[in-house]
Ligand binder design. Structure first.
Ligand SMILES: Nc1nc2c(c(=O)[nH]1)N[C@H]1C(S)=C(S)[C@@H](COP(=O)(O)OP(=O)(O)OC[C@H]3O[C@@H](n4cnc5c(N)ncnc54)[C@H](O)[C@@H]3O)O[C@H]1N2
Ligand code: MOO
Length: 394
């Protein structure tokens, strides 16, 4: 097990860890934001039939002359069986099938109608004008969306146009959350002396929802070794990714590390050169990943954003999860004495980022207005106002 490693090393270990690639079939209504597991193939041609792109008149281009006799009308949704007569036209509307024999549509604005006769300027007419040919969008068997592609409202529309009702996407990991601590109670109950409200649970749950994950199974456990061992065993039987908060430091009631080891979890590393979140532990058991997050609320959120979030997104097929960050100029000079990477709650204003007061790891107040975290690298003691810093939006 590695101990007290740099943020860079943590990210490289996590990026290189193998993540299983599983698939699931989801209805289109649940497909937004998911990533395709396999290419999507068109089961029908679209359009299925030649149809009009304009409200106007369908003609046969080869029929001579600059006028036609209007003999039929075809509405969108109709299925015309018209015996085409030379020199005629058919009144037609956008989306309506172009009858056999016709090959060109003239929009009605270009036509003068006198009785049942239309007149038009022959010079302006071209063969095939305003006819949307069958298969112009795609043919049967054609790949319409490649694998590993993010599904957007537009792509959902494309799939619906093909009559597709479900799509094979990269499966979401099943996430479990264990909250440790005798002092933790749910808001809505009365706080007794020594107790605090559970804030890590709601923060993590909503973050998972924001990432498009299902609600995690949640276990709450007292700081008793046997109980912690039992609950971890139960959770590992159910989940792909296990998150724990608290109990990972060095106190007499911090049982998470030994309890994970008793359950066969291999610690990959313990403790990171960062503030907040120093006592973070990450382990694995087969394909399962375990994050034991230090209990302080700012440590939990900071570690979640930096490490848990990109791992979960990668699990769901997002190949850019580790590289997505922006650089923003710092609004005020920042100094630090300790050689740790700092993750600081910060607010964006007029294109600059302000580091907020209240950076202690127990203090949730800056989260009320922060837009994300600024990273100040381990080796730097000062960063001048105006210098570019890496900023991670929530
Ligand atoms: N002697 C040392 N003590 C500590 C060290 C150290 O290196 N040596 N590291 C400190 C740092 S840094 C951190 S971070 C914490 C991490 O401690 P644990 O992971 O063991 O977490 P707990 O002690 O259980 O809790 C810490 C803190 O967080 C509050 N908490 C826990 N769960 C929740 C929750 N669900 N919602 C809201 N708040 C929660 C808990 O009440 C504590 O105040 O260790 C330091 N100690
Ligand atoms: O590293 Mo701890 O997260 O400072 O409080």
């Amino acid at each position: 097990m590695l101990e007290f490693i740099s943020v860079t090393q943590v990210k490289s270990l996590l990026q290189n860890s193998s993540i299983p690639r599983k698939s699931e079939q989801v209805p289109l209504s649940e497909a937004l934001g998911r990533i395709t597991y396999s290419p999507v193939i068109a089961p029908i041609p679209v359009p299925l039939f030649d149809n009009s792109g304009m409200d106007g008149y369908a003609i046969c281009f080869a029929d001579a002359g600059d006028s036609r006799k209007v003999v039929h009308m075809v509405q969108a949704g109709a299925s015309p069986s018209i015996e085409w007569e030379k020199g005629t036209a058919v009144r037609i509307f956008t989306g309506a099938p172009v009858p056999k024999g016709a090959d060109t549509v003239i929009q009605q604005e270009w036509v003068t109608l006198v009785g049942d006769q239309i007149f038009f300027d022959l010079e302006k007419i071209t063969l095939g004008m305003h006819v949307r040919k069958a298969g112009a969008q795609c043919h049967v068997g054609e790949e319409v969306i490649p694998e590993n592609t993010l599904l957007t409202p537009g792509s959902i529309g494309l799939l619906a146009s093909l009559g597709i009702t479900t799509v094979e996407v990269i499966a979401k990991p099943k996430v479990g959350l264990i909250l440790t601590g005798d002092e933790i109670v749910e808001s809505g109950t009365e706080l007794l002396p020594g107790q605090i409200f559970n804030s890590n649970g709601p923060a993590i749950q909503t973050y998972l929802t924001q990432l498009g994950l299902d609600l995690p199974t949640i276990w709450k456990v007292k700081d008793q070794k046997d109980e912690v061992v039992r609950v971890i065993r139960e959770a590992l039987n159910e989940v792909d990714v296990l998150l724990l908060t608290g109990g990972i430091s060095v106190g007499d009631f911090d049982f998470v590390k030994p309890a994970l080891e008793e359950n066969g979890v291999d610690p990959v590393f313990y403790k990171v050169k960062q503030r907040p979140g120093k006592p973070l532990l990450v382990g694995s058991k087969g394909p399962q990943i375990v994050f034991a997050l230090p209990g302080n609320p700012a440590s939990v959120l900071s570690c979640f954003i930096q490490y848990v979030k990109p791992v979960l997104l990668t699990w769901m097929g997002d190949q850019g999860a580790w590289t997505r960050k922006i650089e923003v100029p710092l609004a005020e000079t920042f100094t630090k004495k300790v050689p740790l990477t700092f993750f600081l709650k910060a607010k964006l204003e007029n294109g600059k980022v302000h580091i907020l007061p209240g950076q202690e790891s127990f203090n949730l107040l800056p989260f009320g207005i922060a837009d994300g975290l600024v990273e100040i690298p381990e080796e730097l003691e000062a960063i001048d106002k105006g210098s570019l810093v890496i900023f991670y939006p929530w």
